[in-house]
Design a protein around this ligand. Structure first.
Ligand code: SF4
Length: 363
């Protein structure tokens, strides 16, 4: 087939999955076809805004172009392997990726008929936080842009369009360790021609990779930032989050100040309470000292226990007490309910079980 001066031989070529291509990449692709840039934009809109799964349905592209695309490309969404539903309405979606690796997303009801969608950025995670099921898997691989965005597309398709109102990068993996793909995926999500999600509805949650916090601020995407803090003193934090050794609390608070200054957005500190570890008066004092002068809010929640890990869930009374003590010293705090305890909803638990099964089978 010839377009302009370019000859492309499609014989024996394996088709490429086009899902995950950015607007710029599609414009470039159409330039290679000798076509106008706006056609690349039209294809972008079909893929992410209209979420069409067949080139044949893209009626504002000529038949020749559609044939050309079908010969070389496919539109392959993620395959859902299992959906587990909790008695509290939380749904955990397990995907089976094209290389058979497991991936998780979680739909969490907000009580108003809408949901927050918690998505993953990596399969496994290298950071090895001591309380985390994903951390026990080790790092397997980064997700592609198509796999990050694909979680949203597959869930829209499987449930209903707009089943979620907020998206949080709090699933498997450290998003900042897959930085380039994270940024491209966010751009597809917030583009008016893409998924058209307001940046205010997107939160990137990090364990504390301070240089990337500053880098994200400079991208000017205006998405929300959350920091998984959990402990407000350096030595104790390092005991449960090895990354704290590399990115210390002083650098972290400096990066957070930079983020809030640049974006004018408050940062959310996530504080999971572990029974007997970070739930005392001294922990409240340390937290209050650390966040002094920062534009932030605190989310506290009880730990969801993970098989074979030593941390215990605190009582509801303990969590409520902790919250009340923070309010007394004028700290803005929200107590989050731990969701989906009956379906292993803590980050990475289902996927870790799939991987363990996979390992046992191959032993
Ligand atoms: S808590 Fe997050 S950063 Fe830590 S091991 Fe789990 S997935 Fe990785």
């Amino acid at each position: 087939m010839i377009y302009g001066k370019i000859f492309i031989n499609y014989n024996n070529m394996k088709k490429i999955n086009i899902l995950g291509y950015t607007e710029c990449q599609l414009i470039e692709l159409f330039a290679q076809f000798g076509q106008k840039p706006y056609k690349g934009r039209q294809l972008f809109k079909w893929l992410y805004n209209k979420q069409i799964k067949s080139f044949d349905q893209m009626t504002d592209l000529s038949k020749d172009i559609r044939n050309e695309l079908s010969e070389k490309y496919t539109i392959e969404g993620l395959r859902i392997a299992n959906i587990a539903e909790s008695s509290d309405g939380t749904k955990k979606i397990l995907f089976n990726l094209s290389d058979n690796k497991p991936l998780e997303s979680v739909l969490i009801p907000d009580g108003n008929g809408r949901n927050t969608l918690c998505i993953s950025s990596q399969v496994g995670c290298a950071l090895g936080c001591k309380f985390c099921a994903t951390g026990t898997m080790g790092f397997i691989r980064n997700l592609t842009v198509g796999e990050i965005v694909g979680q949203l597309l597959a869930i829209n398709k499987s449930f209903r369009s707009n089943v979620f109102s907020n998206v949080v990068f709090m699933g498997m993996g450290e998003p900042f360790n897959n930085y380039e793909n994270l940024i491209e995926a966010i751009k597809i999500m917030i583009s008016g021609n893409g998924l058209n999600i307001s940046p205010k509805k997107i939160t990137v949650s990090t364990s504390g990779v301070s240089p990337k916090i500053k880098k994200l601020a400079d991208e000017n995407l205006k998405v929300n930032l959350a920091l998984s803090l959990h402990v407000a003193t350096q030595g104790k934090r390092t005991r449960i989050m090895p990354i704290a050794e590399t990115f210390k609390l002083d650098k972290l608070t400096e990066a957070i100040k930079y983020y809030t200054r640049k974006t004018d957005l408050p940062v959310t500190f996530e504080y999971i309470i572990f029974e007997g570890f970070n739930d005392k008066v001294e922990d409240i004092k340390a937290l209050s000292k650390l966040i002094h002068g920062l534009k932030c809010k605190i989310n506290i929640l009880a730990y969801n226990e993970v098989d074979k890990l030593p941390f215990k869930r605190p009582s509801d009374e303990k969590v409520n007490w902790f919250g009340r003590e923070l309010v007394k010293i004028n700290i803005a705090v929200t107590i989050r309910k731990s969701r989906g305890q009956d379906i292993d909803a803590a980050c990475g638990q289902l996927a870790a079980k799939v991987l363990t099964g996979e390992k046992n089978e191959s032993d």
